[in-house]
Design a protein around this ligand. Structure first.
Ligand code: NDP
Ligand code: OXD
Length: 317
């Protein structure tokens, strides 16, 4: 038993020791458990979780703070017996930079017509394709939050026109900004490349659907709209995107997230030639950086300072 609060690490799909070992280096004065036992349940004041078993957090009588191992918290909020404790999510330069790299890469891949050039390479075809300047192309970022703003800044530096869409109206945003259902139509109509970095909430579920795709501008410089989603798979209707890719309503897409993950082997998306697919890796959680972040938040909390990046449970993110 130690004076400082014990931490329980419960991360599905990963070896919890990757995080626990690093956390022990910084938080050396306390117990850090990775196994659910009578002792760890009884002692845990903090829980660091990724997709915890529903109901598990409610069995920790001393729990004070829940830490999400990622930026998204849908994997925690889906627990119907979630105890009423503050939830801290990840906002860290390591994760932010990874997402920005991925978004910029995917935008450029489509903008510079890399799929077509790969096809030409296979056919040993030497042919120039017409190429608009970045400044002629509007990237619309749905979910103009922490990650969206950072990616947007990088895209603007390369010359793209960037516009943003969020839930709440805001003043002083650095790009043309639209909010809520009222702003959505105009936002979509201006967008050539749509990037979604939306969280999974009751309001955003299924939002990337047939109707939304129909609202995207069809007459931009890229000869058809592009869709890029690295927010959450629950925000999209896979079959609507597949249909739009097949019909040409969407010129191309990149998806990092899917309604069901891993994407089932029988999904037609695997075989779409105008789709780039990555397995939920746009911004991976790095054990060194994120352990440092979580340890920092625990030390702040124990020093009587406010926790940062708290989740608004009502809003769902
Ligand atoms: P933030 O909370 O900073 O930003 C979320 C944004 O979404 C905000 O702009 C918010 O609007 C907007 N939003 C939320 N609900 C709605 C709505 N109903 N209508 C319109 N806009 C809405 O989160 P982050 O930027 O840090 O992360 C975003 C998401 O990215 C995460 O929740 C996670 O799902 C995903 N993610 C995916 C990863 C991957 O590897 N694929 C890695 C990391 C994160 P407002 O500004 O008004 O609040
Ligand atoms: C996250 C993720 O939410 O990796 O951080 O999906």
């Amino acid at each position: 038993m130690t004076a400082s609060g014990a931490l329980l690490v419960q991360v599905s799909h990963w070896d919890p020791e990757m995080w626990a070992a690093r956390l022990r280096e910084t938080l050396a004065d306390r117990d850090i458990f990775t196994e659910l036992t009578h002792q760890s349940r009884k002692a845990a004041r903090y829980a660091l979780v990724w997709k915890p078993d529903p109901g598990m957090l409610a069995t920790l009588p001393e729990l004070e703070v829940i830490f999400s191992l990622g930026a998204g918290v849908d994997h925690i909020l889906c627990d119907s017996s979630l105890p009423d404790r503050p939830i801290v999510r990840v906002v860290d330069p390591n994760l932010t930079m990874r997402m920005t790299e991925w978004v910029v890469f995917q935008v450029l891949l489509h903008h510079r017509q890399h799929l077509a050039y790969c096809e030409q390479q296979m056919a040993r075809t030497w042919r120039e394709l017409s190429q608009p300047m970045a400044g002629e192309v509007t990237v619309g970022i749905m979910g103009y939050g922490h990650l969206g703003r950072h990616a947007g800044q990088a895209l603007r530096q390369i010359g793209f026109r960037v516009i943003g869409w969020g839930r709440s109206p805001k003043a002083g945003v650095d790009v043309p900004y639209y909010a809520g259902a009222e702003g959505r139509g105009e936002f979509l109509a201006r967008t050539d490349i749509l990037v979604s970095l939306l969280p999974d909430t009751p309001e955003t579920r299924g939002i990337l659907n047939r109707e939304l795709i129909a609202g995207l501008t069809g007459d931009g410089p890229l000869e058809g709209p592009i869709l890029i989603n690295a927010g959450r798979g629950a925000c999209q209707i896979d079959s609507d995107i597949n249909d739009a890719l097949e019909s040409g309503q969407l010129r191309a897409a990149t998806l990092d997230v899917f309604e069901t993950e891993p994407l089932p082997a029988e999904s037609p998306l695997w075989e779409r030639p105008n789709l780039v697919l990555t397995p939920h890796v746009a911004a991976m959680s790095d054990p060194v950086a994120l352990s440092r972040y979580v340890a920092g938040q625990i030390l702040r909390f124990e020093a009587g300072e406010a926790l940062q990046n708290l989740v608004d449970r009502e809003a769902g993110y």
